[in-house]
Design a protein around this ligand. Sequence first.
Ligand SMILES: Nc1ncnc2c1ncn2[C@@H]1O[C@H](COP(=O)(O)OP(=O)(O)OP(=O)(O)O)[C@@H](O)[C@H]1O
Ligand code: SF4
Ligand SMILES: [Mg+2]
Length: 446
Amino acid sequence: MQPRVETKPAAAGALAETRDLYTNFYTFEGVVRALNGVSVVIRRGETYGLVGESGCGKSVTVRSLMRIVQAPGRIDSGEILLFLNEQSRAQGIEIIQRTEAYMQSIRGCEISMIFQEPAAALNPVMSILDQVAESYLFHRMGQMIDETVARLDGERAAMHRASPRRALRKLQVALLKTERSGLRSDNIRQVKIDNELNLLEDRQDEEARERKEFLNRRRDRTRPSGNIASVARRVPLLRRYRRPISATIRRHVVELLRILGIPNPENVVRRYPHELSGGMQQRIVIAMALSCHPTLLVADEPTSNLDVTIQAQIVELIKELKRTSISSVLFITHDLGLVAEVCDRVTVMYAGDVSETATVRALFRGPLHPYTAALLASIPKADQQEELSMIPGAVPNLIRPPEGCRFHPRCPKRMEICERQKPLTVEHSPGHWVACHLYPGAAVND
Ligand SMILES: Nc1ncnc2c1ncn2[C@@H]1O[C@H](COP(=O)(O)OP(=O)(O)OP(=O)(O)O)[C@@H](O)[C@H]1O
Ligand code: SF4
Ligand SMILES: [Mg+2]
């Protein structure tokens, strides 16, 4: 079969996609060329693995996907497409051009991330409750107000007609309802702006560019409406009308921690990160990622610093969540054994390049890329007699990456062409993509 040369990854069933992404870090020592044209597709409903040695660009790929690359890093070119809802499903929303306000409405809501280092991801001076509550306040405020109003209405009905507390409840409910209606109209305004931006996405003419700039500015300015509730929020005594919302959020947080297997969650929410074990901190980070029921959960080495039993519990937890509440999981790990256990498809990365993408079964049965083959050969087996195989050398410094195929200094099969030409990605068999000059089709690279 003649392999197909991949210029753009197929978007069939895609939920998120990067196309030819270049992300660089502009450091004092020089430019770290961290991503060298990375194209990956995460499909709806799958668990997708990203593997490779340390420093291969796994975290930078997902940070780019969420547009949270830290300074001095920058996405220099490429496209990031999200297919999150009906409007965007056909052609995808390109997010590199979108404003930070738009990204904030997606991050932690549609896409959320379990960070690699739980201790670094948690704020040491905020209680667990305050940290997990943030995303309820930011993304699920409408639902929290609705639930609070329903509770207060119930309490009010049970009070004596002449009771001053009943009058106070009435005022509280009225203010909460005004805040809710303000939120609703803000949401409608934002959705209208987003829909218009989606329609303008492919137009590059001057008129469309000006309109896009105007709409992006307007979206950034969308703040909670200036209604009575927003005035009440500035008056110290009246501001207390919002207190019952905290109780509603607290109930949700405690319930979430309970689902995640944290013992005594009512007590844990009052504690600070340093008072918790590594496994518990990891669960709190997972709780923060799950609090908004994300469509895509990105788990960046969620078990790397944990002992084996806790690792197994966290992996089981993610598998269970995938079955029950999350559409897709992007799972990053060094551990190929974990990939075999958890993932449907997998991409192997090396030094900022995508080396190979396939279903887990195809990759383990017949790895094509010499780097994948070497990684698989280095997994210890239970009945191993001979010495463990290892890959000679190390991942290169990406300030001066090797020319051509970045793996060539370590590759046992390198050829002359490998030192000067980057291999193209080809579809060797259906759904099995490889970037290596050993496979026909790669030699047509320009
Ligand atoms: N803030 C930064 N400043 C400079 N270079 C960076 C920065 N963050 C990442 N890099 C570089 O980008 C490259 C890819 O790093 P990345 O963190 O994505 O690796 P990784 O595959 O996630 O590794 P690990 O498995 O150790 O987490 C590395 O060469 C790294 O040095
Ligand atoms: S392109 Fe060449 S150097 Fe790179 S993996 Fe293939 S054979 Fe090895
Ligand atoms: Mg990483």
